[in-house]
Design a protein around this ligand. Structure first.
Ligand code: BES
Ligand code: ZN
Length: 630
């Protein structure tokens, strides 16, 4: 509490000090030290006074201790004599030094404040006059929320350990002491030492394309990025070329399969450039992680991190690649200033993702995916507090990871689709491209977006949509009445077959599925009544072998239905699925469904006892909140 008050006092003084100077320097144009900074309730840092510009990392990756150990050297600019305040979580700090010239360093005083469960602890560092660099000697803790350390048996190859980071939203602070707010963009360099037989890769230049190892790697990211995009992975990795500037890293046993699955990546980059302008990050590579990766994908710049659960064998789940690639414009180039503005990242990206899918795979596929997206949004919103149905979500007192719902994604995408439909594609595409160009490498708020929208779309094309309509989309709960409704002819046909089956007109084996894509299967399964019953599940399983299906999305849907309908023939598969996959999107709903009955909770406990150790801290904490065992 004390710390909070002190912080507020410092911020107040800084605000007074800045208020006077902002007017003089034309702050909106220049990315100078005096650039406006909005309040970020998820960071202790004080970029108004001291602003970090560059992070230089020197790490030893210690697999035996499961820690990163080394230094972070931060260069900064300052507008006052205030100390530097950084975000940290569970870091062991050995010493801190400062320097005026990056050559001679002298020890300085520092203090770690009280630790908050969500935010971690502020690290306050005294800065002597003239100091421009600070070097922090530190190590991470074994339970760093942003890192996962895997034993060899948790990898595909089973021979060597693996580690990876996941910094979004506020986990960078658990492996780097820095100003962990998305508006404090930094460049970074890194030197990483690993066991000799392993390869380190980062979200930067310097990723090796050869099989040469050696355990000493150097990286640099020359474009200013928000801290949540700093990423590292270390393991037995190989590289395959996909196209001119695209490729994939994966463990040797999955690298060929990955290269086939992602064979359209270069085409996707080209398709996106055609609509939204040049790809500005040089290379676009993918990294396929072990199955404990807690997300589907993460848009780390130059190197998207992806779950292996999208390796379906038929490219049917590559909208995830389109999505993470789209973040190279919406998210990495133009970034949400705070986690309240998260919908700017994910809504735009989901909208762009569908445009890429349309360009590469056609409008039918886009409409199927948009339909599935809207349906799941409506289902999720039905059980959601109204405050969470708002794009500009209030996260006061909450973990930004709580904002991770379908709302920023699907409601955001529907809003943009509604603008597209209202103004016409040509005008809207031009607007979005202009939005990216004019805010490139900036972190912006919802307010900045709305102002830009008003000027460049609404005012430029009067009487098409009203500001009140826009405000309803962004600041109110639920979906506006005029929300777009995607239409899929293919899905209409699937629905007819569902009806025939349920009414007894057609037997399970007569359902025509041979031409179905993954999306049609998903639509079919989700269109069956929730209480379809074990008898029908048995018929369907017999006809289509669904318990054995390899596609992770279909398997997930089938297993969810199996729990709801007490279809015990799928019990073993359920356990195997939950023990081998740690993707939170799958794991959490399955445990939540089990937890609804006391028998189910018992099974959940048995399974979780076997699976928990293999899950990432993010997945663990989500499931811990559901599975209560004695
Ligand atoms: N940036 C997100 C992942 C994320 C968001 C991680 C917030 C931590 C906090 C990423 O781009 C994403 O949206 N991934 C989705 C897949 C996508 C196809 C919807 C996921 O992982 O499910
Ligand atoms: Zn995303």
């Amino acid at each position: 509490m004390k710390i909070r008050i002190k912080k507020a006092a410092i911020m107040f003084c800084v605000a007074l000090f800045m208020g006077a100077s902002l007017v003089n320097v034309g702050y909106a144009q220049k990315p100078s030290t005096l650039q406006t900074v909005v309040e970020d309730i998820h960071s202790y840092s004080n970029p108004q006074a001291v602003r970090v510009r560059h992070v230089d990392l020197d790490w030893n990756v210690l697999f035996d201790k499961k820690i990163l150990q080394g230094t972070a050297t931060l260069s900064f600019e300052r507008t006052s004599n205030a100390p530097l305040i950084l975000d940290t979580r569970d870091l062991q700090i050995a010493k801190i030094e400062t320097s005026n010239n990056d050559k001679t360093y002298k020890p300085t005083e520092f203090k770690i404040g009280e630790s908050d469960k969500i935010l971690g602890a502020p690290l306050t560092i005294e800065l002597p006059k003239g100091a421009k660099f600070v070097r922090i000697y530190y190590s991470t803790s074994q339970s760093a929320s942003g890192l996962q350390w895997l034993e060899p048996q948790q990898t595909a190859g089973k021979n060597t350990p693996f580690m990876f980071s996941q910094a979004q939203a506020i986990h960078a602070r658990s492996f780097i002491p820095l100003q962990d707010s998305p508006q404090v963009r930094v460049t970074y360099t890194a030197r990483v030492r690993t066991p000799k037989d392993l390869l380190a890769v980062m979200s930067a230049e310097g990723n090796s394309q050869t099989d040469a190892r050696g355990g000493d790697y150097k990286f640099k990211m020359t474009k200013a990025i928000p801290p949540y995009l700093i990423a590292i992975a270390v393991g037995d990795l190989q590289f395959r070329v996909l196209g001119n500037r695209t490729g994939v890293y994966a463990e040797p046993s999955v690298v060929e399969k990955s290269a086939r699955e992602f064979g359209d990546t270069e085409k996707m980059v080209e398709a996106t450039e055609k609509i939204y302008g040049a790809y500005r990050w040089n290379r676009y590579d993918l990294l396929v992680l072990p199955p404990s990766f807690p997300f589907g994908g993460m848009e780390n710049p130059m190197l998207t991190f992806a779950t292996p659960t999208i390796l379906a064998g038929d490219k049917s789940l590559v909208s995830l690649v389109a999505h993470e690639l789209a973040h190279s414009w919406s998210g990495n180039l133009v970034t949400n200033a705070t986690w309240r503005d998260f919908w700017l990242n994910e809504g735009f990206t989901t909208y762009l993702e569908r445009r890429i899918i349309e360009a590469v795979y056609g409008a039918n596929r886009r409409e199927m995916e948009a339909t599935l997206g809207k349906r799941s949004l409506l289902e999720e919103m039905a059980g959601m507090e109204t405050r969470d149905q708002i794009l500009y979500v209030d996260l006061k007192g909450r973990d930004p990871d709580d904002g991770f719902t379908g709302v920023p994604y699907e409601k955001g995408a529907l809003f943009l689709r509604w603008l597209e439909e209202s103004f016409g594609r040509e005008k809207f595409d031009k607007f979005v491209r202009g939005y990216f160009d004019s805010h490139a490498f900036q972190s912006i708020t919802t307010e900045t977006f709305v102002t830009y929208l008003q000027k460049n779309l609404l005012d430029a094309n009067p009487n098409v949509v009203s500001r009140a309509d826009v405000d309803e989309w962004i600041f109110k709960a639920a979906l506006p009445k005029n929300a777009p409704s995607p239409q899929s002819g293919a899905f209409t046909k699937v629905e007819a077959q569902v009806q025939n089956y349920l009414s007894g007109k057609a037997a399970a084996k007569d359902i025509q599925t041979s031409a179905w894509t993954t999306q049609e299967w998903l639509h079919f399964l989700t269109k069956l009544p929730e209480d379809v019953g074990a008898e029908k599940m048995t018929e369907l399983d017999k006809a289509f072998n669904l318990t054995k299906v390899g596609n992770s999305e279909i398997a997930f849907q089938w297993l969810l239905m199996s729990i709801k309908n007490k279809y015990s023939a799928a019990d073993m598969r359920l356990e195997e699925f939950l023990v081998s996959i740690g993707r939170r999107k799958f794991v959490r709903p399955l445990f939540a469904e089990l937890a609804k009955t006391s028998d189910g909770m018992k099974r959940a406990c048995e399974i979780y006892a076997k699976s928990r150790a293999g899950y990432h801290p993010i997945t663990q904490s989500s499931v811990d909140a559901i599975v209560k065992c004695n």
